[in-house]
Design a protein around this ligand. Structure first.
Ligand code: SAM
Ligand code: DTB
Ligand code: SF4
Length: 330
């Protein structure tokens, strides 16, 4: 008998109307069936052996006014972090050049701000322009923005803005009290309206429930347009933060969430983000099989450790994975 052909319309339809029941059902599928489905969707849309790599730099560190329970950079928690004001342009360009020489195609800059001041944007614009002229893609994550600020970032030809939903709307206020889920949606709408690519994801392993995980994925996939880039972070537990000591997520549950993200957002880059330093090579391999096709690359995330580039290069070689692939859509 002839093998049934994979039907791209059925597997990779773009939907923004996901319901809790069906997402719960996806998350609960037999593991092998779920990974097969995710890999089928993945292959309809991407080269399955190619992973995009971005490097991160914290351009302004610590002393943040917000109280995000996971974050070592909040001024409210007693972590060992040394705060640092906005880095000089040349230091940022040097870090980008180093990331490029190691193979990164995108340079992402993070700032520990609730929201930037207009004069901060002047300096970030210079950084974006300098990095673009080196032939790299750019991404920044600066907190909440005004319409004028998003317009200025677009004018500077920024490629991506990262702003995460982080968790479900229900669980949000248990993790962060200084801003609301709606504040996040408002900034995401401004970023989208300015014509920037959206990088938006969340964190798993904060003690959230199965419903929270499903609802977080629904929050992302039911945005008016899927984020082009979807970072799935595993909580990096930092001593002194309220979430230090939270129940760790079962690695297989984490992999299931990656697979369901791939199925729900078939054409988005799903990024295996924070937490890789604590993952085994085998767990990462399963995340790539589940449809993750982007990582943060280089020994530091913003303030915490990430696998060193040499380790990742070796892992990619062992898996037959190529680094590359621009994802800039706009
Ligand atoms: N201050 C800006 C904001 O919150 O949007 C930008 C920087 S903030 C550090 C960027 C993202 O890093 C957060 O939204 C969160 O998803 C992630 N993050 C922060 N601390 C983390 C941790 N300990 N483990 C995993 N992800 C973390
Ligand atoms: C994202 O989703 N994860 C990155 C990036 N976007 C900015 C940040 C991870 C931060 C992990 C904790 C730290 O290194 O401070
Ligand atoms: Fe500040 Fe961002 Fe950390 Fe929240 S996640 S405390 S806003 S740097």
């Amino acid at each position: 008998m002839m093998q049934a052909q994979a039907n791209p319309v059925i597997n990779s339809a773009i939907r923004n109307d996901w319901q809790l029941d069906e997402v719960r059902a996806l998350l609960a599928m037999p593991f092998n069936d779920l990974l097969f489905k995710a890999q089928t969707v993945h292959r309809e849309n991407f080269d399955p052996n190619q992973v995009q790599v971005s490097s991160l730099l914290s351009i302004k560190t610590g002393s943040c006014a917000e109280d995000c329970g996971y974050c070592p950079q909040s001024a409210r928690f007693n972590t060992d972090l040394e705060p640092e004001s906005l880095l000089p342009l040349q230091e940022v360009l040097d870090a980008a050049a180093k990331a490029k020489s190691e193979g990164a195609s995108r340079f992402c800059m993070g700032a520990a701000w609730r929201s930037p001041k207009d004069r901060d944007i002047d300096r970030v614009v210079d950084m974006i322009k300098g990095i673009k002229s080196m032939g790299m893609e750019t991404c920044v994550t600066l907190g909440m923005l005004t319409d004028e600020q998003t317009a200025r970032l677009k004018e500077a030809e920024l490629d991506y803005y990262n702003h995460n939903l982080d968790t479900s709307e229900d669980f949000y206020s248990e993790v962060i009290t200084t801003r609301t889920y709606q504040d996040r949606l408002d900034t995401l709408e401004r970023v989208r309206n300015a014509g920037l690519n959206v990088c938006c994801g969340g964190i798993l392993g904060m003690g959230e429930s199965d419903n929270d995980r499903a609802n977080m994925l629904i929050g992302l996939a039911n945005l008016p347009k899927h984020p082009e880039s979807v970072p799935i972070n595993m909580l990096v537990q930092v001593e002194g933060t309220p979430l230090y000591g939270a129940d760790e997520i079962d690695p297989l549950v984490f992999i299931r969430c990656v697979a369901v993200a791939r199925i729900m957002m078939p054409t988005s880059r799903v990024r295996l983000s924070a937490g890789r330093d604590e993952m085994s090579d085998e767990m990462q391999a399963l995340c790539f099989l589940a449809g993750a096709n982007s990582v943060f690359y280089g020994e530091k995330l913003l303030t915490t450790d990430n696998p060193v580039a040499e380790h990742d290069k070796k892992l990619f070689q062992r898996l037959g994975i190529q680094m590359g692939g621009s994802t800039t859509v706009l």
